[in-house]
Design a protein around this ligand. Sequence first.
Ligand code: C5P
Length: 219
Amino acid sequence: MKYTIAIDGYSACGKSTLAKAMAKRLGYRFIDTGAMYRMITLYFLREKIDITDECAVAGALNGLRVDFVPGSNEALLNEENVETEIRGRAVSEMVSPVATISAVRRWIVPQQREMGKEGGIVMDGRDIGTVVFPDADLKIFVTASMEVRTERRLQEMKDKGIPATREQVAENLVTRDHIDSTREDSPLRQAEDAIVLDNSHLSLEEFIEAGMVLVRGIP
Ligand code: C5P
């Protein structure tokens, strides 16, 4: 039996780290849906799309293919590897407004469902357990303290050579969390049947093991 596992939560709380590690252990496909919204945003920025113009947004989506490098999970926008560029400040500051656009969500959600239609997938995002896979076999809602999240995201950006200060990172997380949880279409919220995993005080190994315990407990 190949399960569908949905992982949601606020920005930079460790969702993708958990999803990637669980997918590896289970031999499942891992999909970072945040990367998909980031690719769309990068494309809109490059093409200077006015996101308040519905026609321009619809036209831009027609020229767009978002995918992942097979095997490495790196972001592929119209065949170009954009993994580093989508993690930079310009995209991080624009992605939440872009993700509020219903036309964007209507375009991307069916693609996400298609990726998971045969199960054997760990998908992370904001609306996976509530909208994309409401019937997922396991739903995890990840949380962590603001300090831990800021430190982690800062370190991640440093590792990738992307310049940012602690203040900029913290401000971006607060702003995105606010936009993501108050938008009308598919707001970030914990699904009723999701299990909360707070990893503020867990080592990486303990965090992954806590996720795997939940998988073993699927009835
Ligand atoms: O996961 P990450 O922080 O890379 O996501 C970037 C942004 O994409 C989020 O802040 C949110 O606005 C949007 N997003 C979303 N729905 C998802 C995944 C991400 O709206 N399923």
